[in-house]
Write a protein that binds this ligand. Structure first.
Ligand code: CP
Ligand code: NVA
Length: 306
């Protein structure tokens, strides 16, 4: 088992390429051998401030398959929803469970929980990052292409949490990442600067473009996500206008390599960010990608609390 004992999984910015290679190898092993008793007696607390299908189910099933247990804690039902502080919650849960997975509206709250917890904290999505998703994304690309270094992956759409984590992990593994976003919806400049630094150190690259047609030229992988994330429902109309021309459709994919693969973290809105012909077509690997959340998160759990 690859060990990263006691580490938090927050942004991946504090992990090395060999840490990630270790996790990917472990995930592969777990995909082939799903059941073990490595986490017997261990418990994962999962705090959700937002909806979830994949993250919730894959973490819970993953703990069970390794002999452990997971608790679903909706923030509305625990005392955090009535104003108990994040720091008190972190200290209390540290006395009961072995790790906490937190899906939250703000990265600051994630940092605060991690600061006050004495056990590993795993980011299950925040406004800025979605690290577990990104690990599943690159694991899927490795399965599809047999390598990561030198693979050109183009993310078309909102420079959001999914885009941030994908570009960080992509460049850490030596990939060439292009983010094609409308003006005003590019990735966060500070996170982009950090990703560029990681790229330099690991022989990857990341560039931001504004023309999807140009961006996807010769792409091995095309990735998209929703135009309005959870919590941005009020901006949906405005975003729909801003993202015109950024839909992943058959026309756009003509510019990519003939053997291009399509990825989406899901949930998807058909005929908005992607056409049904693409997401339900032969180039789509979205359900393989969704399944892989289970395998990579089991590798994370084993490494940090096993
Ligand atoms: N991709 C993803 O994180 O999905 P859920 O919101 O369903 O967990
Ligand atoms: N960017 C999306 C991802 C959902 C898994 C959101 O934050 O809602």
């Amino acid at each position: 088992t690859y060990s990263l004992k006691g580490k938090n999984v927050n942004t991946w910015l504090d992990f090395s390429q060999s840490d990630i290679s270790g996790l990917l190898a472990q995930a592969q092993h777990l995909k082939e051998n799903p059941h073990n008793n490595i986490l017997a007696g261990k418990t994962l607390g999962m705090i959700f401030e937002k909806s979830s299908t994949r993250t919730r189910v894959s973490f819970e099933v993953g703990m069970f398959q390794m002999g452990g247990h997971a608790l679903y804690l909706n923030s509305r039902d625990i005392q955090i929803g009535r104003g108990e502080t994040i720091s008190d919650t972190a200290k209390v849960l540290s006395g009961y469970v072995d790790a906490i997975m937190y899906r939250t509206t703000s990265h600051e709250k994630l940092q605060e929980l991690a600061e006050h917890a004495t056990i590993p904290v795993i980011n299950g999505l925040c406004d800025q990052y979605h690290p577990c998703q990104a690990l599943a994304d690159i694991f899927t690309i490795l399965e599809l292409k047999g390598k990561l270094a030198g693979i050109k992956a183009v993310y078309v759409g909102d420079g959001n949490n999914v885009a941030h984590s994908f570009m960080i992990l992509g460049v850490l593994m030596g990939m060439d990442i292009v983010i094609a976003s409308p003006k005003g919806y590019e990735p966060d400049t500070e996170i982009l600067a950090k990703a560029k630094q990681v790229a330099v150190e690991n022989n990857g690259s990341v560039v931001v473009e504004h023309e999807p047609i140009k961006a996807v030229e010769d792409a091995d992988v095309v990735y998209t996500d929703v135009w309005a994330s959870m919590g941005q429902e009020g901006e949906a109309e405005e975003r729909m206008q801003a993202f015109q021309g950024f839909q992943v459709n058959d026309e756009l994919l003509k510019e990519a390599k003939a053997d291009v693969h399509f990825l989406h973290c899901l949930p998807a809105h058909r005929e908005e960010e992607v056409t049904a012909s693409v997401i339900d077509g032969t180039r789509s690997a979205v359900f393989q990608q969704a399944e892989n959340r289970l395998h990579v998160q089991k590798a994370i759990l084993q490494s940090v609390i096993g």
